[in-house]
Write a protein that binds this ligand. Structure first.
Ligand SMILES: [Zn+2]
Length: 316
């Protein structure tokens, strides 16, 4: 089955104009379940005609395997599955090593880029660990999160509304675990990387686009899930504040920063793992432009709801 490219482009541009020239593949038949890989022939064939951007090495774009990103892919010996889905989300975040001499010396060794999804309860918790020296992705922690205070029916509606349009609701249902389990696994992951020993993060800081994720949403979810706020969420970097102070331009969100820096978007906007990859690309770009990426917000240890913002010029 083959649709003319122009025809497919119209379909895709209807959904997201930014995708037209960038990555039609991930938008179309994204992240189907393991049993549905055969239906991806159409979109997989398209990717060969993609022109790689200057930011990207020459490889064929494929949708990421969202089982694999969570450490749950059981089809690593299936050649069709491997041909259809990307199992190496690090490749498109590769940086030209010749450019690394432009980076300033940073206070931190690692940035943990995080972008939560889910307004009512958290539905997705993706983190990319990026080296402050090489800018390479060192590791990924990605989990879909099952709400704890909703009926099954409400969860189904919520997930369908949020992820149905990306075609990932099936993988969500196959893999989502409660927030308490996510936090337990994430703590183990941080310890394995020697970034956390039970108190504040060591040599690392979270990077978010705005303050909502860590100032508001995580404490809310901890309350709902009846757990204490983990002590590694004491401080973070709001990339928009760093952007404002470094470029002297206000950017209201990730898409604005990407447009202004002329970074092509990958994946689907508002799919947490894809937004995380895109924020990581903004971070890489800023580091290569010579930005010093420092903590912008810190909680008062005696009153956790009290957050102090460290930059004078800031953008919420
Ligand atoms: Zn897989």
């Amino acid at each position: 089955m083959a649709l003319p490219r122009a025809c497919l482009a119209r379909i895709l541009s209807h959904r997201n104009p930014m995708f037209l020239s960038l990555s039609p593949l991930t938008m179309h038949a994204n992240y189907l379940s393991h049993s549905q890989t055969h239906s991806l022939t159409l979109s997989a064939s398209l990717s060969t005609s993609e022109a790689p951007s200057s930011h990207e090495p020459h490889f064929r774009r494929k949708p990421m395997c969202l089982y694999h990103s969570q450490g749950k892919c059981t089809k690593m010996d299936d050649p069709i599955h491997l041909e259809t889905f990307n199992h190496d989300c690090f490749r498109e975040l590769l940086v030209n090593t010749a450019e690394l001499n432009k980076i300033r010396s940073q206070d931190l060794d690692f940035f943990l880029v995080l972008d939560l999804e889910g307004r009512v309860e958290i539905l997705e918790f993706p983190v990319l660990m990026i080296s402050a020296k090489t800018l390479q992705v060192e590791d990924i922690f990605h989990r879909f999160v099952r709400p704890s205070k909703m009926s099954e029916r409400r969860i189904n509606e919520y997930v369908e509304g949020k992820y149905g349009k990306f075609g990932v609701h099936r993988v969500w249902h196959d893999t989502a675990i409660p927030f308490t389990d996510v936090i337990q696994q994430f703590g183990t992951w941080l310890m394995r990387h020697q970034l956390w020993m039970g108190e504040k993060l060591i040599r690392a800081a979270f990077v978010t686009c705005g303050n909502w994720d860590l100032k508001t949403k995580v404490p809310q979810q901890c309350e709902v899930s009846k757990i204490e706020l983990p002590p590694y969420f004491m401080e973070w970097i709001n990339l928009k504040d760093v952007y404002l102070n470094f470029y002297d331009r206000r950017a209201t969100g990730m898409v604005t920063m990407m447009k202004e820096l002329q970074i092509p978007m990958v994946g689907s906007h508002h799919l947490g793992i894809d937004d995380t990859r895109n924020i990581a690309r903004v971070l890489q770009h800023m580091l290569l432009d010579g930005a010093l990426v420092q903590i912008t917000a810190r909680r008062n240890p005696r009153s956790l709801r009290d957050v102090k913002f460290l930059f004078k010029n800031r953008i919420g």
